[in-house]
Design a protein around this ligand. Structure first.
Ligand code: NAP
Length: 231
């Protein structure tokens, strides 16, 4: 049987790394990516030492040249993709509460345009394979029904990422390619901080759930722990 391949962005730490671990334990061939090889390669090696099938690739999602280079290398060396986890993101609002337009531009590059670019490249491969799962790691902070909690540029980016989910889920409606947004909840990571109540395992749960949905599962939704959230 063909081993399924899962690409994870920002896989060197936090929820991304935990997602790599969980997917690899489920039998996926995981492609752990990070913008900095010196941070990502050792984290991939850590998983390989546990007997898991994990390859490392450099990928800076804010840089379209890096995305194109990753795609070309990936096509030549692996070619198959069953799962794409758009996990990498930045949150600048806490340290830069000025919420400038430049800050928004930078945030959108990483949190929205990178994921959009990756989907435009990898969804056609899934379409050829007639199967695929795309998970956009979003945040409850991006809910239009909420207040954005002073995380202005980050929240806008997550609302926009949800729009990306909506767009591609509709484009591929009727195909076995399920595209969903997932909020991991408030998780103890560098981004979430030490006050966060949730563990990495709890945070990655809903992401792995969406990555492993059966045929006929939901698409174009926003979920936390496998349960629907309002937009
Ligand atoms: P984290 O610990 O700060 O990790 C973020 C990851 O994204 C790191 O691997 C980081 O790489 C990577 N990254 C940032 N910019 C990148 C770029 N341009 N190219 C490639 N990788 C890049 O954050 P986390 O808490 O695990 O967050 C993971 C996801 O969950 C994010 O989408 C976040 O918005 C979402 N989320 C988190 C929480 C929470 O409470 N933690 C809540 C809701 C949603 P470097 O190590 O190189 O910086």
């Amino acid at each position: 049987m063909v081993q399924k391949v899962a690409i994870v962005t920002g896989g060197n730490k936090g929820i991304g790394w935990e997602t790599c671990l969980q997917l690899a334990k489920l039998g996926f061939h995981v492609v752990l990516t990070s913008r900095d090889p010196s941070k990502g390669e050792p984290k991939a090696e850590e998983l390989r030492k546990q007997g898991l099938k994990v390859d490392y690739y450099q990928l800076d999602v804010s840089d379209s040249n890096s995305i194109e280079a990753f795609y070309q290398k990936f096509i030549k060396e692996i070619g198959r993709v069953d799962v794409l986890i758009n996990n990498a993101a930045i949150l600048l609002d806490k340290e830069q509460p000025s919420h400038t337009s430049e800050q928004l531009r930078q945030t959108l590059e990483t949190n929205v345009i990178g994921p959009y670019h990756l989907i435009t490249l990898f969804a056609p491969i899934m379409q050829k394979q007639k199967e695929g799962r795309i998970v956009n790691v979003s945040s409850g902070v991006g809910q239009l029904s909420g207040s954005y909690e002073g995380l202005d540029t980050y929240a806008i980016s997550k609302t926009a990422l949800n729009a990306v989910t909506h767009l591609f889920a509709n484009k591929m409606k009727g195909e076995d390619i399920l595209v969903n947004s997932v909020c991991p909840g408030w998780v103890k990571t560098d981004m979430g901080g030490s006050e966060a109540p949730r563990s990495l395992t709890e945070g990655a749960f809903g992401i792995v759930w969406a990555a492993t949905l059966p045929k006929g599962g939901p698409s174009g939704g926003f979920f936390r722990d496998g349960k629907p959230l309002t937009w």
